[in-house]
Structure formats: C-alpha cells, structure tokens
Design a protein around this ligand. Sequence first.
Ligand code: SF4
Ligand code: SF4
Length: 123
Amino acid sequence: MACLRCGACCDPVVLRASKRLIRSEQQYASDDFILRHWRRVSKEEAFRRRPILRQFHVPGRFYYDCRWFDRATRLCAAYALRPPICRAFPENLRCEGRPLRLRSYPQCGFNEAPLPDRLAVSS
Ligand code: SF4
Ligand code: SF4
C-alpha cells in the first residue's frame, strides 16, 4: 500500500461539510486551513473532473479546490504544512474491522482489496 501520487484525493477535495457549517462549528486545526485555502467547486465541475464522483455522490458531500494543489505535478505544494484532515486520508475513511476500500478512489494505492474497476484497468 502506497500513495501513487495520482492527485485524485486533492482534485477535487471531497468533504462532508460546507464552509458555512465549518464556520459555525469551527473547532479543529483543519477548519481554519479549509476556510483560508479551499474554494468550493460545483458538483457538476467535480463530476467533470472525476466522473466516478457522480456515482457515489450523496447529499451533504461538498467539493473543493485547494490552492496548494499543483496541477502540473499533481502533488501537494504544502506537504509539510498540510492540515490534519489531509494527513489522515485515507485512514479517516476506514470502516472499523474491514479492509480499506475507497469506492470514490478505485485507483488509490491504499485500497487493501482489489476492486472491480482496478482489475479492469490493470487487465
Ligand atoms: S488518491 Fe490515493 S494514490 Fe492518489 S494521491 Fe491520494 S492517497 Fe495517493
Ligand atoms: S493541503 Fe495538500 S494534501 Fe491537503 S488538499 Fe491541499 S493539496 Fe491536497
């Protein structure tokens, strides 16, 4: 398991919180970073960039651009300064006791079990 540096988790960033909610409940170090450096993008824009997001969209999911994502290299340009929420990915999406299976990120190197999409791509 390793990061393949595809940039999918940053382009766009997926979060179950609007900026309004974050502002009203601001309590984590990540919150201030998000408010300052992330910009909301529309669902349609997010789906255009990564069509699989349409398939797994649920109400309450929001999409963001991070000003520190370098589109040319597809890497984080603030790696040492990235906030806890970025450092936690993808462990923050793990369901306890189950292998990590990231439905919205089938190509992610941290998936612990083969997904049908991954097999299809590698065959
Ligand atoms: S989606 Fe996974 S493999 Fe791609 S950059 Fe993010 S952590 Fe790395
Ligand atoms: S700070 Fe870095 S890791 Fe976090 S969303 Fe921005 S580009 Fe991605």
